[in-house]
Design a protein around this ligand. Structure first.
Ligand SMILES: [Zn+2]
Ligand SMILES: [Zn+2]
Length: 304
């Protein structure tokens, strides 16, 4: 299960109710910040999310509304000597701009105890943890070298307690090893195969996060069948010309993408203050009913 906490949901500039883009994604003890717009650290405080383990930042692209908060966040973390290493992931252009921001503006030659690691992403899987992986794919948005992210839980075969009871397998390490797919010898000498207590394979949850984008056709294959899609909806269809000009989505075009790609749940973010939330929601839901327009500090769970 992935946990989503929307820290900022505004496009380009903040509004009274919406801070600039940032999304905290958590899977068990692992935490990732996707984008870090201005004001993100205050949103983290307001949400009570804490800064612990918040040292992996994934950036969709280098436009200022998505990265300026990194300067403030880093400046704060530097003062905390306990700050661990920080890993910043993104496309090449975004990483260059973030390096300018950090080295030229924030650090200006000063040494810090923590190590900063910058990762120029190539498409494909770049994080593979025990229970999930993260991959990235290309996104077309005003020549910004943008990437989208796909979070995928590894599938597994569930442990069936009723079968374990029927076989009189005692609680303890034997059950754990069987869950991990290892055969075990019980204290009474019997050997038990994992197949005897595991159910059929179940795929894990899949979460797709796309930042700003001017086009959807190329995204379909990457997000096909995802349990949740987070994507922008900067405009309404009545401003389709502006959406095309600035390489953004309308609520309708994001909803069409969700429908075509067969995703389960759509979360719209990067909302312009030119539009009312209820109009964005109505336009999207007329095409894809399972739509939520995310608000700042709203929290959701993505399960299979
Ligand atoms: Zn943006
Ligand atoms: Zn942008």
């Amino acid at each position: 299960m992935f946990e989503l906490l929307f820290l900022g949901t505004s496009a380009s500039a903040p509004s009274v109710h919406r801070s600039l883009p940032s999304l905290l994604i958590q899977h068990e003890d692992h935490r990732y910040l996707v984008d870090c717009g201005e004001g993100t650290q205050r949103q983290i405080l307001t949400a009570g999310a804490g800064f612990k383990n918040l040292n992996k930042i994934l950036v969709t692209h280098g436009h200022l509304d998505h990265i300026l908060g990194l300067a403030g966040l880093l400046a704060t973390l530097i003062r905390w000597e306990s700050m661990e290493d920080m890993d910043i992931y993104g496309g090449k252009d975004a990483i260059y701009r973030i390096q300018d921001l950090i080295y030229t503006v924030v650090l200006r030659g000063s040494q810090i105890p923590a190590q900063l690691h910058f990762h120029n992403l190539t498409y494909g899987t770049f994080i593979d943890e025990k229970n999930f992986s993260i991959s990235c794919f290309p996104v077309i948005h005003r020549g910004s070298d943008s990437v989208g992210y796909l979070f995928q839980e590894h599938g597994r075969r569930p442990f069936l307690p009723e079968k374990a009871e029927a076989l009189a397998i005692p609680p303890g390490p034997w059950r754990r090893d069987l869950t991990n797919g290892e055969g075990v010898t019980l204290p009474d000498g019997r050997f038990i195969e994992p197949d005897q207590v595991l159910g059929p394979f179940k795929p894990g949850a899949t979460l797709a996060v796309v930042g700003d984008t001017g086009e959807t056709d190329s995204l379909i294959s990457y997000i096909q069948g995802a349990d949740a899609l987070v994507i922008e909806a900067t405009y309404l269809e009545e401003e389709i010309d502006l959406a095309k000009k600035f390489s953004h989505m309308t609520a309708k075009s994001s909803a069409m993408l969700a429908k075509t790609a067969g995703v389960q749940q759509l979360y719209l973010t990067h909302v312009s203050r030119r539009h009312r939330e209820k109009d964005i929601l109505a336009e999207a839901q007329s095409i894809f009913p399972n739509t939520i327009v995310a608000r700042d500090l709203s929290q959701y769970f993505v399960k299979r």
